[in-house]
Design a protein around this ligand. Sequence first.
Ligand SMILES: Cc1cc2nc3c(=O)[nH]c(=O)nc-3n(C[C@H](O)[C@H](O)[C@H](O)COP(=O)(O)O)c2cc1C
Length: 180
Amino acid sequence: MKNLIVYGSKYGSSKKYAERLSQLTGIYLADYKEVKDLKVYDNVIYLGGIYASKVRGLKKTSKKMKDDARLILVTVSLGNPNTNKSIKENIRTANKKLLKKPLLDKLKFFHLVGSMDYPNLKRFDRAVMSFVFRMLKKQNIQGPDAKRMIAASEGKVAELDYSSLEKIINYLKEMKIIKQ
Ligand SMILES: Cc1cc2nc3c(=O)[nH]c(=O)nc-3n(C[C@H](O)[C@H](O)[C@H](O)COP(=O)(O)O)c2cc1C
C-alpha cells in the first residue's frame, strides 16, 4: 500500500499537525501546492485548515487522486466539530460537495482544533474575522467555541492539541495502513 500525508495550510496549524503525524507514522509529507499526481497512492491523509467551512486545497488535490483511493480527511478549524454537532455537519456537508463521487465511498473524517494569530492575519482575512467576531459578540453566543473565538479576537493564540492525533493513528493501525 502506498500512503501519503498532504496538507493545505495558510497560517501553519495544519502544517504543524501534518508534520507531527508524519513523524509519528513515518508516512511521507507534502504541501498540496507541490503534489502533481496522486494516482499511485492508495491512502491519502489530507490535513487542511477550514476557511468559510471549506478545507483549503481539498478540491484541487482530490481531483488528482485515483477513484478507488481512501481519503482520510482531517479538518483543522477554530470551532470544534467534535463537541459541536452543527459545526460538524456544516463542515462535513460543505466538504463532501468538493469531492468527486467515487471518493465518498471510503471517505473518513477527523476533526482537529486549530489556532489563530488574529493580529497577524493578512488584511482581508482579518477583516473577515473582525466581522465574524462582531457578529458573535452581538449574538452573545456562549460555550467553548464562542470562548475560543473571543480569545482569538483578543489576540490570544490557542495551543495546538497534538494528543488529538492519537485517534487518527489508531485508525491507521486499525486499517493496517501503518503497523501496530
Ligand atoms: C478568513 C478565515 C475564515 C475562517 N473560517 C473558519 C470557519 O468557517 N470555521 C472555523 O471553524 N474556523 C474558521 N477559520 C479559522 C481557521 O480554520 C483556523 O485558524 C485554522 O487553524 C487555520 O488553519 P491553517 O493555519 O492550517 O491555515 C477561519 C480563519 C480565517 C482567517
